[in-house]
Design a protein around this ligand. Structure first.
Ligand code: ZN
Length: 290
């Protein structure tokens, strides 16, 4: 699943090619049409498909920004602002190509769901193997309340004090530290991979309750999370399964992970253990993490 560093990589590669371009028209896959007829809303949420296509036609891409794990396309049409909020879900990917056959890997090419035909005769193609991705056309963030509940960006000055304040709430005090740091209302954009890595680096057991960790260690943990996220951004993200940047390239962070998915602790050579926290698999070293 793409986490913050992977989404950052997608946004950084989208910006130079898509900013300032106008979407001439939008093509939607037959699979999404069929899903709609069955009463479901695969990928495109809250808008009729024809309406989605019509509202985006002739809209100009003004700005593309990452907010937590979301990608915001700020658009303008007839002097009106439109916000397209997208999420890659488990397996979403964007490609910028002349023709769809340029997408080299078949698993992506077979799952093309939305195509923006741009005015530079290029295509901005959204593929999604498992279809857990999302696209929402909004007038503002307020129209989709989960966006307003997100913690500040982890790199913002306010993020640390926000994290400490949230972790003092009764609802988090008795929760495991792993579930707490993976909660987007506490820290933005720290998913399973980076939570696992940060806890391992800090020698903190993932199931340890928040109220059993000193403020000093919580502060150090926060800085470790930010450092791990930054390291991954620089490495181009982690390509655990289906993450690709818009040029179809995998990231390099997966080779630097110490604990996520590992059978053996690189520090003490003991076998790692796994437990499920908040529905997510957690790897840890029973001797190094307490
Ligand atoms: Zn160990």
């Amino acid at each position: 699943m793409p986490e913050l560093p992977e989404v950052e990589g997608v946004v950084n590669s989208l910006k130079p090619v898509a900013t300032g371009k106008t979407i001439e028209r939008v093509t939607i896959s037959p699979v999404l049409e069929v899903s709609r007829k069955a009463g479901k809303q695969a990928i495109i949420k809250g808008t009729e498909l024809a309406d989605f296509q019509q509202r985006l036609a002739d809209a100009k891409i003004i700005r593309i920004v990452r907010r937590s794990k979301y990608i915001y396309f700020h658009l303008e049409k007839n002097q009106q602002s439109i916000l397209l909020v997208t999420h890659l879900g488990m397996t979403g990917a964007w490609f910028y190509v002349h023709e769809t056959h340029e997408i080299s890997e078949e698993k992506f090419r077979k799952h093309i769901h939305v195509i923006f035909h741009l005015d530079d005769d290029m295509l901005l193609v959204y593929t999604d193997i498992r279809r857990f991705g999302e696209m929402r056309l909004l007038e503002s963030e307020a129209q989709f309340p989960p966006l307003l509940r997100m913690a500040p960006e982890p790199f913002d000055d306010s993020a640390l004090s926000y994290f400490l304040e949230m972790s003092k709430l009764p609802k988090y005090q008795h929760k495991s530290i792993k579930e707490t740091i993976m909660d987007g209302q506490v820290i933005s954009g720290c998913g399973n991979i980076y939570a696992t890595e940060a806890l391992y680096s800090m020698h903190i057991h993932p199931a340890r309750k928040v109220n059993r960790i000193s403020q000093k260690r919580l502060i150090a943990l926060f800085h470790t999370i930010v450092a791990v996220l930054n390291e991954s951004i620089l490495a181009g993200g982690s390509s655990i399964s289906d993450y690709r940047n818009i040029n179809g390239e995998a990231g390099g962070m997966q080779d630097r992970l110490q604990m996520y998915g590992k059978k053996q602790c690189p520090n003490c050579i003991n076998a790692t253990k796994q437990l499920v926290l908040g529905g997510r698999n957690s790897w840890y070293c029973p001797s190094c993490q307490r």
